[in-house]
Design a protein around this ligand. Sequence first.
Ligand code: SF4
Length: 345
Amino acid sequence: MDVRIRPNIIGMDLAELTTRLEGMGEPRYRAKQVFDWIYDKAVYDFSAMVNLPAALRDKLRSEMRVSLPQVVQTQNAADGTSKYLLQLDDGQHVECVIIPDMPRMTACLSSQVGCAVGCAFCATGQSGFARNLQPGEIIGQLLVSQQIRGERLTNVVMMGMGEPLANYDNVMAALRLMNDRAAIAMGARRFTISTVGLVPGIKRLTGEKLQVNLAVSLHAPNDHLRNQLVPINRKYPIAMLMETCKEYIAAVGRRVTFEYVLLRNVNDQAAHAHQLAQLVRGMLCHINLIPVNPVSEKGFSRPSEQGTAEFARIVRGYGVEVTVRKEKGTGIDAACGQLRARRMR
Ligand code: SF4
């Protein structure tokens, strides 16, 4: 059987694998044994799964596969941040980034090949949308990163290439599998879903009542500016987005993070800071200010350190919690989409 036709066990949940193995005449507990090899022992070769009968290993080899994305490029920064360009089965590429912030080791994973949203400052948006990632391709990014680094990753942020809520079902399937005790067993509170503000997706997530963290890329405090920076705002304007975030907070009881990329002379003025604070004041939330990592084609630049500090000071003055994202990955193409964009040229 062609290798790509054989179903990949990475991405299947335990129930699906159990059904498949039962269909091959195997007892149910074999599925758990295979999961233990993959997720507990990081063994991806059927031949090495020595507590399975030899005949079953042969059968698995001919009918299924355990396949991870292939690493085609690695960039390592002095602070321990690594960025991987990964090739998928169909030759498409995605990026994932590993960010050490002890005691956390966070994996920033992609949810789509490219992105259709087209935010003004984003390298991924520039190269357009190709397709959604399958659950196994999302989990595969985590597993291959753990394999390279030889350590377990503790947190996942869906903040790489793509808009996770535009690939809702596959992202949720991946999160459930990561959360499953039989698989990666990562607590829901260790996941963050970052969205540009797809209101229907946030509403669906609210209905799940999962303890995942929600990060919303706001980037502008008024519709006029946000329409230019984040075009989806024309469909889901700020008032609607804020209402939806309040519903999420009320249902899940967790604070929402608003991401705000600071662009010099675009959205970093004192008036913007006052507007931003007035917008979120009183909500269970925090603002994460991110001085832009410039993508040369777009010509944005970051504010000075003093400018960033002053912006934060104004927002804090309203009693709103603010952090400024620590610079990570200096010296690598840290903005998402840059490695893939280079490869496409
Ligand atoms: S910032 Fe996110 S949502 Fe916007 S274009 Fe880039 S990947 Fe897509």
